[in-house]
Design a protein around this ligand. Structure first.
Ligand code: HEC
Ligand code: HEC
Ligand code: HEC
Ligand code: HEC
Ligand code: HEC
Length: 447
C-alpha cells in the first residue's frame, strides 16, 4: 500500500507525457507541411505580366481572336487549357488549398485574369503573400483559363511560329513555338523544401528529356497538337500549322494511343495438371514520357481474372501503375512504377489446368483502366471540397477475354523491340512521328 500510490502516480505522469507526445506528433503531421506540394521557380512564381490589346484588335478575348482564327478557336474551346480555371476538379482542389494565389499562375496565368497583385512574400514563404487588389482584374477573362494571349501576346505584339505573316495586328516570329520551351513553364514543376519527389508533381519534362523521343528531336506539339494544312486565318494562305487540341488524360482515345496491351496464352497446349501461364503485356508505345505522367493522382489499374463457365471469378489479381507518395509530415515519394517511353511491363496469371470437362468454358480476362484520380479522392472532393458536378474520371482502356484452354504461337506483340508497321501511331520499335517531322527541342521559360 505504501509503495503503490507513488507508482501509479508515476505511471499517470508517463501516460500524460505519452498523450502530449502523441498530440504533438499529430499536430506536426498536419502543420509541419504547408499547403503547397511543390516549390517555386522564377518563371511561374509570377503571373504573366499585364497585356494590353494589340493595335488593330478590339479585345484579347479568345472569342474575338476567333473571328479570324475560327478553326483554332473552336479547337481551343474543347481543350483542357480552355477549362484550366473552370475545371471542377481544379476548383475543388483549389478550395482544399484555400484558394492560394500561386495556382492561378498556371491555371489562369495572365495578370489581367488575377484579382490580386502579389507584391512579395514574407520570408519567401508562398503562403504569406503581400497582396494588393488588381484594379485591372477582369473576372470574365479569368474563366478563359489558358487563353490565346497566354501563349501569343506580349508587349502589344502577337507572337507566332511564322516570319511572313501579314495580319491586321502586329506579329513577331518567335522560334519557341516550335520547341518544348512554350510548354515548359507550366509542365515542369520542381520540388520544394521537405518535398522529396522523383521529379515534381504535374511535371512531365524530366521523363521526356533524355528519352527516346526527345533524342530524336520530338517536341510535345508533335503528339499534342496534330499537324494540319489550312489557312490559319479566314481568307489567308494555306499553311502548315497545328490543331490546338492538347488531348491527354481526359481523353480515352489519347490514352489508348499511349498504351498497347495484349493477353498472350501459353504457346503450346497445356494438359490437365500442367501449369497454364497467361501473359498480359503492357507497353508505353505512344507517349514521349512515362504513363501515367504529370498529376500524381493519375494511375492505371491492371486486372487479371480467371472465371469458370458460369462467369464466377475463381482467381483475381490486380496491380496499380502509379506513384506512391507519403504526403505528411513531409512529402516523400516512396516508390513509383510508371512505364517510361517504349518500355513494357509483364503480368502473369498461372493456373493448374483442370480436367477437360471443367476447363471447357473457363476464361481468362484482362482489363486495364485509367484513373484521373482514385474513387476515394474523388469522393473526398465531393464530401469535403464542394465538388458537385459529375466528372468522368475512370476509363476502360483495354479489355480482352480468352478461353483458358487457348494456346498458340505468341502473336506478334508490339513490344519495345518489335518492328512497327509503317504509319501506325502506337507501335513502338522506333518513335513514330505523330504528326509531322520532329523539330529540335530546347527549353527555358515563358515570360
Ligand atoms: C481581324 C482578323 C484577326 C483577328 C481579330 C486576329 N487575327 Fe491573328 N492573324 C490574322 C491574319 C490575317 C493573320 C496572318 C495569316 C497569314 O499570314 O497566314 C494572323 C496571324 C496570327 C498569328 C501568326 C503570327 C505569326 O507571325 O506566326 C497568330 C499567332 C495570331 N494571328 C494570333 C491571334 C490572336 C491571339 C488574336 C486575338 C488576340 C488574333 N490573332 C486576332 C487575323 C486576325
Ligand atoms: C500557362 C501554363 C501552360 C502552358 C504554357 C501549357 N500548359 Fe498544358 N496544361 C496546363 C494546365 C494548368 C493543365 C491542366 C488543366 C486542368 O486539368 O485543369 C494542362 C493540361 C495539359 C494536358 C493534359 C490534358 C488532359 O486531358 O489531361 C496536355 C496534354 C497539355 N497540357 C499539353 C501542353 C502542351 C503540349 C503545351 C505546349 C504547347 C502546353 N500544354 C502548355 C498549363 C499549361
Ligand atoms: C498553350 C499555348 C497556346 C495557346 C493557349 C494557344 N496557342 Fe496558338 N499556338 C501555340 C503553338 C505552340 C503554336 C505553333 C504550332 C506550330 O508549330 O505550327 C501555335 C500556333 C498558332 C497560330 C499559327 C498557326 C499554326 O497552327 O501554327 C495561330 C494563328 C494561333 N496559334 C492562334 C491561337 C488562338 C487564336 C488561340 C486561342 C483561341 C491560341 N492560338 C491559343 C500555342 C498556343
Ligand atoms: C510521342 C508522343 C508524345 C510526346 C512527344 C509527348 N506526349 Fe504527352 N502524351 C502522349 C500520349 C499518347 C498521352 C496519353 C497518355 C496519358 O495520359 O498518360 C499523353 C499524355 C500527356 C499528358 C496528360 C497526362 C494526364 O493524364 O493528365 C500531359 C500533361 C502531357 N502528355 C504533356 C506532355 C508534354 C509537356 C510533352 C513534352 C515535354 C509531351 N507530353 C510529349 C503522347 C506524347
Ligand atoms: C507550374 C504550373 C502549375 C501550378 C503552379 C499549379 N498547377 Fe495544377 N496543373 C498543372 C499542370 C501542367 C497540370 C496537368 C497535369 C497533367 O494532366 O498531368 C495540372 C493539373 C491540375 C489538376 C488536375 C485537373 C484535372 O482535371 O485532372 C488539379 C486538380 C490542379 N492542377 C490543381 C492545382 C492547384 C490546387 C494548384 C495550386 C495549389 C495548382 N494546380 C498549381 C500546372 C500547375
Amino acid at each position: 500500500m505504501v509503495t503503490t500510490a507513488p507508482r501509479s502516480r508515476r505511471s499517470l505522469w508517463w501516460l500524460a507525457a505519452g498523450v502530449v507526445v502523441l498530440v504533438g506528433a499529430w499536430w506536426l503531421t498536419f502543420h509541419l507541411r504547408g499547403i503547397l506540394i511543390f516549390g517555386l521557380r522564377d518563371d511561374y512564381r509570377q503571373a504573366v505580366p499585364y497585356q494590353a490589346v494589340p493595335a488593330g484588335l478590339t479585345s484579347l478575348r479568345a472569342e474575338s481572336c476567333g473571328q479570324c482564327h475560327q478553326a483554332i478557336y473552336e479547337e481551343w474551346k474543347t481543350s483542357i487549357h480552355a477549362h484550366a480555371f473552370v475545371d471542377p476538379l481544379f476548383q475543388a482542389y483549389w478550395r482544399k488549398d484555400r484558394q492560394i494565389w500561386i495556382c492561378l499562375n498556371c491555371h489562369a496565368p495572365l495578370e489581367n485574369q488575377q484579382p490580386l497583385l502579389i507584391k512579395g512574400l514574407v520570408n519567401d514563404n508562398a503562403e504569406r503573400p503581400i497582396t494588393e487588389p488588381n484594379p485591372r482584374y477582369d473576372a470574365e477573362y479569368q474563366l478563359e483559363g489558358i487563353t490565346c494571349a497566354t501563349c501569343h501576346v506580349r508587349d502589344g505584339v502577337v507572337l507566332g511560329p511564322f516570319d511572313d505573316a501579314v495580319a491586321p495586328h502586329p506579329t513577331r516570329y518567335d522560334p519557341r513555338f516550335r520547341t518544348t520551351e512554350i510548354c515548359y513553364t507550366c509542365h515542369q514543376v520542381k520540388s520544394g523544401a521537405l518535398q522529396f519527389y522523383n521529379g515534381g508533381p504535374c511535371a512531365t519534362f524530366f521523363e521526356f528529356e533524355g528519352g527516346p523521343y526527345a533524342k530524336r528531336g520530338y517536341v510535345c506539339q508533335n503528339c499534342h497538337m496534330p499537324e494540319i494544312e489550312r489557312p490559319i486565318a479566314v481568307g489567308g494562305p494555306v499553311r502548315q500549322g497545328r490543331q490546338h487540341l492538347w488531348r491527354g488524360g481526359h481523353s480515352p482515345e489519347m490514352i489508348q494511343r499511349a498504351l498497347e496491351a495484349q493477353l498472350v496464352p501459353p504457346a503450346t497446349e497445356v494438359r490437365a495438371g500442367g501449369e497454364a501461364r497467361f501473359l498480359l503485356q503492357i507497353t508505353n508505345a505512344g507517349a514521349g514520357h512515362s504513363i501515367p505522367t504529370g498529376d500524381p493522382d493519375r494511375s492505371f489499374q491492371v486486372e487479371l481474372e480467371l472465371k469458370d463457365a458460369n462467369g464466377t471469378v475463381i482467381r483475381r489479381q490486380s496491380h496499380t501503375i502509379s506513384r506512391w507518395i507519403i504526403w505528411r509530415p513531409v512529402i516523400l515519394e516512396v516508390f513509383q512504377n510508371r512505364i517510361p517511353p517504349l518500355q513494357s511491363r509483364a503480368y502473369y496469371l498461372t493456373y493448374r489446368m483442370p480436367d477437360a470437362a471443367r476447363a471447357a468454358g473457363m476464361t481468362v480476362h484482362a482489363k486495364v483502366t485509367y484513373h484521373i484520380l482514385t474513387e476515394k479522392a474523388y469522393d473526398r472532393l465531393k464530401s469535403k471540397y464542394g465538388l458537385t458536378e459529375e466528372v468522368p474520371h475512370a476509363f476502360t482502356i483495354f479489355e480482352q477475354t480468352v478461353p483458358l484452354t487457348s494456346h498458340g504461337p505468341r502473336p506478334v506483340v508490339q513490344t519495345a523491340t518489335a518492328t512497327a508497321p509503317a504509319g501506325s501511331f502506337g507501335a513502338a520499335a522506333e518513335p513514330m512521328p505523330c504528326s509531322g517531322e520532329p523539330d529540335m527541342s530546347v527549353h527555358g521559360g515563358l515570360s
